[in-house]
Design a protein around this ligand. Sequence first.
Ligand code: PEP
Ligand code: MG
Length: 558
Amino acid sequence: MSASSVSVLHGVPVVPGVQYAPVIRPGRPPVVDLPDAEIAEGDRAAEAGRFLAAATAVAERLRDRAAHATGAAAEVLAATATLAQDRAWLGAAEKRITAGAPAVRAVAEAVDQFIGMFTKMGGLMAERVTDLRDIRDRVVAELSGLPEPGVPLPDVPSILCAPDLAPADTAGLDPQLVVGLATTLGGPTSHTAIIARQLGIPCVVAVSGLDDIESGRMVLLDGTAGTLAADPDPAQAAAAVDAARRSAEAARTWRGPGATRDGHAVAILANVQDGAAARAARATPAEGIGLFRTELCFLNRDTEPTVEEQAAIYGEVLDAFTGGGKVVIRTLDAGSDKPLKFAGHPLDEANPALGVRGIRIAEGNPRLLEHQLDAIAVAAKETGSEPWVMAPMIATPYEAKTFAAQVRSRGLTPGVMIEVPAAALLAERILDHVDFLSVGTNDLAQYTMAADRMSAELATLTDPWQPAVLALVSTAARAGAAAGKPVGVCGEAAADPLLACVLVGLGVTSLSAAAAAIPAVGAKLATVTEQQCRDAAEAVLATPGPGEARAAALALLA
Ligand code: PEP
Ligand code: MG
């Protein structure tokens, strides 16, 4: 089959690396008819006993596997075993059996009730729904005398594909035999992702169309690009695996500073959330901090931290890079998925992502921003640093002007994030007021594509390779070049080595990413010339979608 006719599925990349291997799929959950008939009153106690014995057997098997596993795998298996014995759902099922429901139906109904509750709670609780379904399927199989559902042991190294993987399935995997993971559902914090990271095997989640790829088909899984290609050309696939191995080796030995092969300097910086992360970043080739997410320091606080407390926390981050290295501090980006109890968010916003978040909080609660800027000024003075300070969620030049005046009055250097399309479109006018821009591609993608960044179903729309998103990055970068002011990128896009080169081609002057992503980005940039980056950027901007954009960039930057 030629490369061009290969169907390439897209998902969310979670663990980098490339593998070419046949697909295996876990055993299907038991299909049992839920009996309508009621249990005779005299038999209900025995039915309840049968149910409790089945739940105990499932929990014991999980505990036994936990005892033979290590690290996160052992923790995940033990947590699932505990959930299998959880009094809340066991009680709900028993109550149904006492009222006459056969055990199999009682299990299904009780678990459904809890799935409904967990889903409503959202966030991390919603991700535990997979654990509950897994326990339901195991207990139902046990009650019905069917084999326990789970992952078959493959004969050859294989790529495990599934709608979603139960933690108990992923926890027992042998990385010599299961060399990659892909799921239709799941987010970057799902158990699948956690275990894949521990095993160090490439992983892509939220892959749409994955359910059509049957067991035995050869696939090329790219955990860096977030793609899965079915039946690719074997020689090309082997070459891709080889190239990925070489890139991983180059990343291990890259020491910085960031530059293209022909010496065009691009600062490579780290995203951090506290002093510990900043010190860890200092141990990498990162040239500074491109994004300090200050709101993450205060997620558990009920009351506003004092200026002194804040200054101490910011000082720790500044300390990590004193004596060289830029540090960009972002003022509180509270609201939406990161509410702060003391920020005075309006209650019951219909659309919190479009609501009072980021800089918009300063309108109703100006003292919060003033105190934070005071604290940053104190920390700067105490550490002898000159941090740059930027505001999140800027939408208008007026907001930028107001913010810049407040920052300058404290002797600090102001900038703003470009996360709202309106701000990208008017970047030139915003730069009349501030000294730098930093593009947050996570939110810029969300707002450009009108797609929730938390939604696994919409992950293709929020893909930072969307040409519409990159067109807005280009607008901001060109405005920066015209004004002679730096424009960085600090969203997840900067963590993708290939996309990072495209961003440089668009005119971006610095890249900031999680410390773990930095070596791969720096090493890739060092293999290409500035002109290659520019050509790739031009080609990408002319494509209709993220898949074509990646392909266009690969063709010019491979
Ligand atoms: C972004 O939106 O890209 C960004 C860096 O900010 P956050 O992810 O914290 O919203
Ligand atoms: Mg953002």
